[in-house]
Design a protein around this ligand. Structure first.
Ligand SMILES: NC(=O)c1ccc[n+]([C@@H]2O[C@H](COP(=O)([O-])OP(=O)(O)OC[C@H]3O[C@@H](n4cnc5c(N)ncnc54)[C@H](OP(=O)(O)O)[C@@H]3O)[C@@H](O)[C@H]2O)c1
Length: 265
C-alpha cells in the first residue's frame, strides 16, 4: 500500500480544536459520549447535569485521557441555574464557541389521555424551556467572547412524526425544532449557526428504561429501522461534533435525522 500521502493522525488538528464547548446532560448516554468526543477533537469542555457522581466520572475520564474538562451542576428546569452553568464555562475557559443542548428527561410511555398534568409540565420545563434558556445564555456568551459560534440541540426522530407512545415528549421535541429554526434565522446574520440532531433509537439509560416498561420496544423500533439496529451514543455525538465544527460552516437551521433511516420509512 502506498502511504506517501496519508496524514499522520497526530498532526491533523481535531474537528473542534481550540474551541470551548458546553454540553448539557453530559453525565451519561449521548451527552457523555459527546463530551468525550469533543475533548478528543480538541475542545475544552464544560459538562452539566444534576448528578455529580456521573459528571465527575466523565470529567476525570476525559482528563486522564489528556483532555480538558470541568463540570457544573444544573437543573434544566431552573433558568438561573442554566445561565450560571454557561457563565461558569466562560469564567473557566475565557470564552464560549459551541454548545450541545442535549440534556432532557422522558416520561412513562402511554397514550395521551394517560399523560398526567404534572408529567407534561415537567417535560415542558426541562425539554423545552431548558433548551430555550440555554440557547439565550449561550448566544449571549458567544457574542461576548468568541463572537461567532454554533449550537446544536438534541431533539428526536420522534419529533418528526406522530408519537403516540410519547405524545407530550414528541410535541415538546418538535417545539425545540421550531426554536432551532427561529434561532438560526435570528442569529445567522452575526455568524452563530443553530442546528438540531434528531436521533433514532440509541442505546442509553433512557432507551433501556422505556424498553423495561414496554418490553420489546428496542426490537420493534429496530425492525422499523432500515439499518436494523440501534445507534451507539457515539454515533449521535459524531453528527453533533460535525455540525458544531467549522466543516459545517454553511449549515444552519437544519434538523438532521441520525436515525438509521427510520424517518425515511
Ligand atoms: N436514547 C434515545 O434513543 C434517544 C432518541 C432520541 C432522542 N434522544 C435524546 O437524546 C438526549 C440524550 O438522551 P440519552 O438517551 O442520552 O438519555 P440519558 O442517558 O437518560 O441522559 C440524559 C441526560 O440528561 C440529564 N438530565 C435529565 N434531566 C435533567 C434535568 N432536569 N436537568 C439537567 N439535566 C438533566 C441527565 O442527567 P441528570 O439526570 O443527572 O440530570 C443525563 O445526563 C435527550 O435529549 C433525549 O431526548 C434520545
Amino acid at each position: 500500500m502506498d502511504n506517501t500521502h496519508s496524514a499522520d493522525a497526530s498532526t491533523v488538528p481535531g474537528l473542534l480544536a481550540g474551541k470551548v464547548a458546553f454540553v448539557t446532560g453530559a453525565g451519561r448516554g449521548i451527552g457523555a459520549a459527546a463530551a468525550r468526543l469533543f475533548a478528543r477533537e480538541g475542545a475544552r469542555v464544560l459538562l452539566t447535569a444534576r448528578t455529580e457522581a456521573e459528571l465527575k466520572a466523565v470529567t476525570e475520564e476525559i482528563r486522564s485521557s489528556g483532555g480538558t474538562a470541568d463540570y457544573a451542576l444544573c437543573d434544566l428546569a431552573d433558568g438561573a441555574g442554566v445561565r450560571a452553568a454557561v457563565d461558569r464555562a466562560v469564567a473557566l475557559y475565557g470564552r464560549l464557541d459551541v454548545a450541545f443542548n442535549n440534556g432532557a428527561t422522558t416520561m412513562p410511555p402511554g397514550p395521551m389521555e394517560q399523560v398526567s398534568e404534572a408529567d407534561f409540565d415537567h417535560v415542558y420545563a426541562v425539554n423545552l424551556k431548558g433548551p430555550w434558556a440555554a440557547m439565550v445564555a449561550e448566544v449571549a456568551a458567544i457574542r461576548a467572547t468568541a463572537g461567532t459560534g454554533a449550537i446544536v440541540n438534541n431533539t428526536s426522530v420522534g419529533s418528526l412524526m406522530g408519537n403516540p407512545a410519547l405524545p407530550a415528549y414528541g410535541a415538546l421535541k418538535r417545539a425545540v425544532n421550531s426554536l432551532t429554526e427561529s434561532a438560526a434565522v435570528a442569529y445567522g446574520p452575526e455568524g452563530i449557526r443553530v442546528n438540531a440532531v434528531a436521533p433514532g433509537t440509541t442505546l442509553t439509560a433512557m432507551m433501556r428504561a422505556w424498553d423495561e416498561r414496554s418490553p420489546g420496544t428496542v426490537d420493534r423500533l429496530n425492525a422499523h429501522t432500515p439499518l436494523r439496529r440501534a445507534a451507539d451514543p457515539d454515533e449521535i455525538a459524531q453528527a453533533a461534533a460535525w455540525l458544531l465544527s467549522d466543516r459545517a460552516s454553511y449549515v444552519t437551521g437544519t434538523v438532521l435525522p441520525v436515525d438509521g433511516g427510520m424517518q425515511a420509512v
